[in-house]
Design a protein. Structure first.
Length: 274
């Protein structure tokens, strides 16, 4: 198998994905997409671009496996614990004023951040009047997220993050262990709706008081970042909050003037339009 993928070949593969299945990766950072496709080809034993296109069109299940490689699936419970501390002290007290709280986790991967949010809201006494919408492009991610299953090998680190975030309970009270995995309790998961949503092509579907899209923008070209930021702005309630990853920002986008900075380090912004 070749370890190279020309720009022309890459464009051809992305065209097949868009034309056949509606997955548009043309706005993703080119180097990252190339690297992930080549890694996938190596894993699947695909010798060249022609064979890749042929299998995409003709082989059931091949597409889902490829999307699994292209999309970003790195996540953990209470990632960046100090971010959750800021949510607890500066954002949740404001959200508590709403009779119904709606939160969107965009690009939720396998759901660990949405589960973390549910725990945070539970400890703040807000979960019972909150609806969390967690969306991702990847159906395999969503299937695992709905089940609330996390590898037991990750739980030592997840527990450390929870404690560092200021967690108020014994973390093991939120899940039950089963073989090499843990399953988070249904009482948490029933407040989360997991569904497929494509940030590139799909529109706004609700009005939210908080949108979290952390560590997704870094894989987008600037034009796609601006497009998705407009989607988030349309989806936020007046004075709603937007949280991005620590290496991401809205300041280069034209829409930035419609937000005030709540916390610069953790890239938390508040919609200033009424």
């Amino acid at each position: 198998m070749s370890n190279e993928l020309s720009n022309h070949d890459l464009s051809g593969v992305l065209h097949v994905l868009k034309l056949q299945y509606g997955f548009d990766f043309t706005g993703y950072m080119q180097a990252s997409v190339k690297r992930r496709i080549l890694y996938f080809m190596g894993h699947e034993g695909v010798p060249g671009v022609f064979d890749l296109k042929h299998r995409l069109v003709n082989e059931a299940g091949f597409l889902n496996r490829m999307v699994q490689y292209i999309t970003v699936n790195v996540t953990e419970m209470f990632r960046d614990p100090s971010f959750f501390k800021i949510l607890k002290t500066q954002v949740l007290p404001k959200l508590a004023a709403y009779p119904i709280i709606k939160i969107w986790h965009a690009g939720c991967a396998t759901g660990e951040e949405a589960l973390s949010m549910a725990i945070l809201l539970h400890e703040a006494g807000l979960l019972n009047r909150t609806r969390i919408y967690a969306t991702d492009l990847n159906p395999a991610n969503l299937e695992r997220a709905r089940a609330g299953i996390v590898p037991v090998s990750a739980m030592k680190h997840n527990t450390h993050n929870y404690i560092q975030s200021g967690g108020q309970a014994d973390f093991c009270d939120y899940y039950t262990a089963k073989y090499d995995s843990v399953i988070f309790k249904k009482e948490l998961r029933k407040h989360i709706t997991f569904s497929q949503h494509n940030l590139v092509t799909d529109g706004s579907f609700n009005e939210f008081q908080l949108i979290c899209c952390r560590n997704v923008f870094i894989y987008f070209k600037r034009e796609l970042q601006a497009q998705v930021l407009r989607l988030f702005e349309e989806s936020l309630s007046p004075h709603g909050y937007l949280a991005l990853g620590t290496k991401e920002s809205i300041h280069a986008a034209e829409i930035s003037r419609q937000f005030d900075t709540v916390n610069l380090q953790h890239k938390i912004y508040r919609h200033n339009q009424s």
